[in-house]
Design a protein. Sequence first.
Length: 242
Amino acid sequence: MKQGGIIGRLLVKAYEQDRSLLFEVEAKELLRRLGLRTPAFKIAKSKRQACFEARKVGTPVVLKVLSPGVVHKSELGGVRLNLRTRGEIGKAYDEIMRSATRSIGDRRIYGVLVERMVPQGTELIVGATTDEKFGPIIVFGIGGIFVELYKDFSMRLIPITARDANEMLKEIRARDLLEGYRGQDRLDLDELVRILLAIGGRDGLMASFPSYVKAIDLNPVVVYPRGSLVVDGKFFLHQRKR
């Protein structure tokens, strides 16, 4: 796969450190090496720096706590959305630090991710997991906060072809959303196929690094009539054999 050397070194480093999850910044780097777009972001280790970096990435921004091993940041009060002014950003930084410190302790907090809020689009999910019986599987469906509510997915064994990916798009119940529902613009289906192949294709991440990557959760993937942005990506790793 393209950029395989850089991606491989990133995965090997995390694996050798016996981590079960890539850090968020590592995940975004990996996504970009796969050719997938993410929102602009910077790292801040102080309130003042958070305000400064927000001007660089462009407001409105979201702040997310940076802490190793924390998967669900919202549940510990580690996320604040739609921040525009210096006052809002500073207040949000303080609130995140207080909430996260109460939950996990300040020694495990590295700062915050300052990330540009993305334009509204259709939120989808692309995921993969390793089934004990069948091996690696790729999943596609409606994403965002409605994942568990609608449970609208299609699945395939990895590796998949472009034909498989196109069939997956047609199999979800909400496929009309992709084609342009009630006068809405048709989404970039070629982009969706490209994302599915980057994860589950013959040269995709799961097939290229089966010893390291256990599961992937890209949610939401915000898709537009042209292009997409992977807002949040989690990469789970196999544990070293003891």
